[in-house]
Write a protein that binds this ligand. Structure first.
Ligand code: HSE
Length: 346
């Protein structure tokens, strides 16, 4: 039986989603892959931290969050370790970096990711900050220390758009990417079509675990722009930066705009576009008014979609969840299984 010890840096929506999946799927993982994923440490800046080199009880962790929204009562020989001590001094093989996203500095996730790779630990993350801002450096660091970095959940949660684009469609020649890349804004726009106010819809999106800790990044389009930057770097090998993406969010769209569109059988959608050019890429994120026969017109709620335009296959569209606790937690499992595959060939 292989055992992988996990340290979770952050235990918000996504971490709890992963914990639930690991609990529910543990027998399947053992039977199918002869592998156990054991959570040995959690360090969360608000909820506290605990570390047991022999493994923590996932049900106890989840119960503690349900009952008290912190980890203080969890049975563990070590409490109160900060994120860096957890990364550097725990016996984890894999660090799951799921602290909050900051698309201006990448911190604190950038420091966590560098520290984990430098300590020879694999990293799996859904955090867009460090990946949008520092991917070339981080992949070099991973290679240098002979470890893996998994980033599937940074774009469209567990819908495997990066794996498909980078691996399976690598030879197809992707020339353009277009899509709805933010769950929160698509949810808000969809709810506003039913008569709900912008602020109520945003509150719901936060309650459902779609929005970022600071939802400004969602509604102003920065989250989708970060995903466009990640797609440019990973799929097209173009070192696009956040400031290269022309970006407009949805904050100026009113209920009146939504109703006027509905009358014409049209819908507002926040669309991200990445177009390969001779010298790099052109990239934008902006609200667009789509007619009812447009392929993205019916993509509703927190569902997202991405169309890869390719030289050999024409257009290939992937539609699936773009956000959510379990949906993003599942992205982490995809990357964990990716590491398992590289390490064991299973
Ligand atoms: N806040 C993001 C969204 C989460 O709404 O799409 C997934 O990246």
């Amino acid at each position: 039986m292989n055992t992988y010890r996990l340290a979770l840096i952050g235990f918000g929506n996504v971490g709890q989603g992963l914990a639930k999946i690991l609990l529910d799927r543990s027998s399947w993982l053992e039977e199918r892959f002869d592998t156990k994923f054991v959570v040995v440490a959690i360090s969360d800046m608000h909820k506290g931290s605990c570390y047991d080199p022999d493994g923590l009880s996932i049900s106890e962790l989840l119960d503690s969050i349900d009952n008290t929204n912190n980890l203080e009562g969890v049975t563990a020989p070590n409490q109160g370790w900060d994120s860096l001590q957890t990364i550097q001094d725990s016996n984890a093989d894999i660090v799951i970096e799921i602290s909050y996203t900051d698309l201006e500095t990448g911190e604190p996730a950038l420091t966590h990711t560098r520290a984990a790779l430098q300590s020879g630990k694999h990293v799996v993350t859904t955090n867009k900050g460090p990946i949008a801002l520092y991917f070339p450096e981080l992949i070099d660091l991973a290679h240098k220390h002979n470890v893996e970095i998994g980033v599937e959940g940074t774009v469209m949660s567990g819908t495997p758009v990066l794996r498909v684009g980078m691996d399976i469609m690598q030879g197809a020649g992707i020339t353009k990417v277009e899509g709805i890349l933010n769950g929160t804004t698509n949810y808000i726009l969809t709810q506003m079509e039913t008569g709900m106010s912008y602020s109520e819809a945003l509150l719901q999106a936060q309650g459902l675990g779609y929005a970022e800790a600071n939802p400004d990044g969602d509604v102003k389009g920065h989250d989708a722009a970060g995903k466009i930057v990640i797609l440019a770097n990973l799929l097209m090998n173009v070192p696009l930066r956040m400031q290269d993406v022309s970006c407009t969010g949805i904050t100026h769209i009113t209920e009146k705009d939504i109703n006027a569109a509905s009358k014409e059988k049209k819908r507002w959608k926040l669309i991200g576009v990445l177009d390969k050019t001779d010298n790099g890429c052109e990239a934008s994120v902006q609200p667009e008014l789509l007619p009812h026969n447009h392929p993205l017109y019916s993509v509703s709620g927190a569902t997202n979609a991405i169309t890869y335009t390719t030289e050999l296959l024409g257009d290939v569209t992937l539609i699936g969840p773009g956000a959510g606790r379990v949906e993003t937690g599942y992205a982490l499992l995809e990357d964990l299984l990716g590491i398992l595959k590289v390490q064991t060939g299973k």
